[in-house]
Design a protein around this ligand. Structure first.
Ligand code: C2E
Ligand code: MG
Ligand code: MG
Length: 327
């Protein structure tokens, strides 16, 4: 609590001094460390009734400071307040929707580019919202991740997917796995139990993960992926090229395929043609050297498809072949 501070400028000046004091290098166990801090500032308002409300807003501002790159301070403002309220509403909505089982998978075909045969589908989550209709994940996945509710939503979707697989015998389905599942100890076992319970061959399910899932606790992620692979569940790296794309992951972890991010595919016949071509070519060369399969994401035009085929990309998906639909 900074008592003597009069206004926003005063609190920012104070936080700048704190940041400076904190950032002095220090020695710990023989290593030199360079600490930093993220500071959230909220000014007392007459509308606050409890100390906790002031703390809550300062907390929200601190998360903003972290999101903006850390080692800085952020001042709580009305926009943040509105955002916080919207998130809380959405979270309550999401909880209700979980109870009502209001989530359904839509399926988008994945094809072999050479002859257009469908080899599998990606299951994409949709929320059958009571007023807004089917909502795509972009509208609520952030809140789901922050609150942890996405894990429950995912399990509801996986159950539907496994059920869907049981009723057919063609191709595989790949499911998207939130990085949050990589913090639980029994994700792989639970998924395998679900498949066994339904009598579905694990080879018919694939999981799509993003690099962030591998960052947190690499040994645990490795255990999990190995457990799944031993039973036949393949792992795909989604949105390849957008994250750190640390090449070492591709051979450190049992990854069988990667998905070339939609932005590069779109670039193939767009304004960034030359760069996209170079990047896609490099990704394909790398994957083929490592014996990893490739899927081009977000193919919308014949031209994009033709270039991918020419570059040697075997599989693809996108609106050209079909939009995600309830099957
Ligand atoms: P993603 O896994 O990379 O999925 C591909 C996204 O691209 C999907 O968006 C899909 O509808 C969209 N898409 C497919 N073809 C085209 C195309 O030709 N053009 C364009 N412009 N877009 C195309 P969607 O369904 O909104 O999903 C967004 C993201 O949400 C997914 O990205 C995935 O990361 C996440 N997600 C989806 N379903 C689930 C789920 O069940 N669980 C979790 N945890 N995340 C999910
Ligand atoms: Mg995906
Ligand atoms: Mg993707």
């Amino acid at each position: 609590l900074a008592d003597g501070v009069e206004d926003a400028a005063g609190s920012l000046a104070l936080s700048a001094r704190i940041l400076e004091a904190v950032s002095k290098p220090l020695w710990l166990a023989g290593r030199e460390l360079f600490p930093s801090a993220s500071i959230g500032i909220a000014q007392w308002q007459p509308r606050y009734r409890l100390g906790e409300e002031l703390l809550r807003d300062a907390d929200a501002a601190m998360y903003r400071a972290k999101a903006e790159g850390r080692d800085r301070s952020a001042l709580f403002d009305e926009a943040m307040r509105a955002h916080a309220i919207r998130s809380l509403d959405l979270e309550a909505d999401l909880r209700r929707a979980i109870l009502n089982d209001a989530f359904v998978p839509h399926f988008q075909p994945i094809v072999r580019l050479a002859d257009n045969t469908v080899v599998g589908h990606e299951a994409l989550l949709r929320w059958n919202h009571e007023w807004h209709g089917p909502l795509p994940p972009g509208e609520f996945i952030g809140v789901g991740e922050d609150s942890g509710l996405i894990e429950q939503v995912d399990w509801l979707i996986y159950e539907r997917v496994v059920d869907w697989l049981r009723g057919r015998d063609d191709g595989y389905v790949s499911i998207n796995v939130s990085p949050r599942h990589f913090r639980s100890d029994d994700f792989a076992e639970r998924l395998l139990q679900m498949l066994d319970g339904a009598g579905v061959d694990p080879h018919r399910l694939r999981i799509e993960i993003t690099e962030v899932a591998l960052l947190d606790d690499a040994p645990r992620a490795l255990r999990m992926l190995n457990t799944l692979r031993e039973r036949g569940v393949q792992a795909l790296l989604d949105d390849f090229g957008t994250g750190f794309s640390a090449l070492s992951y591709l051979h450190r972890f049992p990854i069988q395929s990667l998905k070339i991010d939609r932005s590069f595919v779109a670039g193939l016949d767009g304004q960034t043609r030359a760069e996209s071509l170079a990047l896609v070519r490099a990704i394909l060369a790398l994957a083929s050297t490592l014996g990893i399969d490739t899927i081009g994401e977000g193919i919308e035009t014949e031209a994009q498809r033709d270039i991918l085929v020419e570059l040697g990309c075997p599989f693809g998906q996108g609106y050209l072949y079909g939009v995600p639909a309830p099957l």
